[in-house]
Design a protein around this ligand. Structure first.
Ligand code: IMP
Ligand code: MG
Length: 339
């Protein structure tokens, strides 16, 4: 399984950081590449520490994994250097020549744009404005910054070579399928294609190189910002069900709704999912909390998961049961996907 892609199946915040952190420790990939931009917030909890990452791959927890940032990604230099320090990953972070760089004026522009802030509910991180400048061929990229000199590589070439050597590479996507600029709930979406194909393209690998596409669903659906959310709970319902969450980047309260099998079906199709990761099972089944073996899950939880699997015709291989990345049930061996 040389190239795997992890993407979100709903509206972001499905727990990709947690799943990628687990995969880093368990699978020990030689390279992990982040796509997307700093509007994303991925949370990793490991060995009693918590990181909230906006650009460094959540795979950083494996010290032997090279951490790369795709040509199609957009970074901000202050965020990048801060996270390199926080994750202790200096010397193993690499950017592509063409990785875009967001500047202060992009952030300013979005902050002063009432359409983005009020109608769309943007995170106002300058990502859309920078993407527009990239399309207009005005955006500066990594090769234009001396401070990045030592960190610049050809990410596409590195990734393709590594795959050809039979090494394991992971691509870490951001946001979720229905925030895709093309396949989401336009115009209530982010400024890029957030599907598996979109992230492969950002990195520079062809579709035939991809082995596994792992779509991450949370056990309920959340959304920050504006746009449709079928079956949305009232704030009171969210509180009584224990589903209150806040955005990693913006601190806004996330809207919540029940698990949505129709959206999940579409996400499986659009991403050609080969596996599903299901997170926060303990929010629906408190007795599942911190369980690490399938057989120890409550019967009702197992039945619920098997029902979803049969509707989606895709195996649920990874199940999150607690905050720490190691509170993960990994069914890949018993389901014959890993040896
Ligand atoms: P923007 O991409 O920051 O302009 O935000 C556009 C929409 O996508 C807003 O509804 C944001 O809340 C949402 N969004 C952007 N990034 C994320 C994310 O990482 N998680 C969840 N929602 C996001
Ligand atoms: Mg997030």
């Amino acid at each position: 399984m040389p190239l795997n892609i992890v993407v979100g199946g709903f509206f972001g915040d499905e727990g990709k950081g947690k799943i990628c952190g687990y995969l880093a420790v368990r699978d020990r990939p030689s390279i992990a590449v982040r796509g997307g931009s700093i509007n994303a917030g991925h949370t990793v909890v490991y060995e009693n520490r918590m990181w909230r990452l906006r650009i460094i791959p959540s795979f950083f927890v494996n010290k032997d994994t090279k951490l790369m940032i795709a040509a199609g990604a957009l970074v901000r230099l202050d965020v990048l250097f801060k996270e390199i320090e926080e994750t202790g990953s200096r010397g193993r972070v690499f950017l592509d020549y063409n990785t875009g760089v967001i500047e202060e004026r992009h952030v300013e522009e979005e902050r002063n744009d009432p359409y983005l802030s009020k109608t769309i509910g943007s995170t106002l991180q300058g990502v859309g404005a920078a993407a527009r400048d990239r399309v207009m061929r005005r955006l500066k990229t990594a090769k234009d910054f001396d401070v990045l000199k030592e960190m610049i590589v050809n990410v596409s070439e590195e990734v393709n070579k590594s795959i050809d050597r039979g090494e394991l590479v992971y691509i870490e996507g951001t946001q979720g399928t229905f925030l895709s600029l093309y396949h989401g709930t336009y115009p209530y979406v982010t400024s890029r294609d957030t599907t598996a194909s979109g992230f492969a393209s950002e990195v520079g690998v062809g579709p035939k190189k991809v082995d596994e596409v792992i779509v991450v669903f949370k056990s309920y659906v959340t959304r920050v910002g504006e746009g449709p959310l079928p079956g949305e709970y009232s704030v009171d319902e969210m509180i009584s069900r224990g589903l209150v969450e806040r955005g990693t980047v913006t601190g806004r309260m996330r809207r919540a709704a029940p698990f949505n099998i129709e959206l999940a079906k579409k996400a499986v199709t659009i991403n050609s999912a080969t596996q599903i990761a299901l997170t926060k099972l303990d929010a629906l089944f408190p007795e599942a909390r911190n369980v690490r073996e399938w057989s120890k899950l409550p019967y009702e939880a197992r039945r619920w998961i098997e029902e979803i699997e049969s509707v989606l015709k895709t195996p649920i291989t990874l199940i999150g049961t607690g905050d720490d990345i190691m509170y993960t049930i990994d069914r890949r061996i018993e389901l014959g996907i890993l040896r």
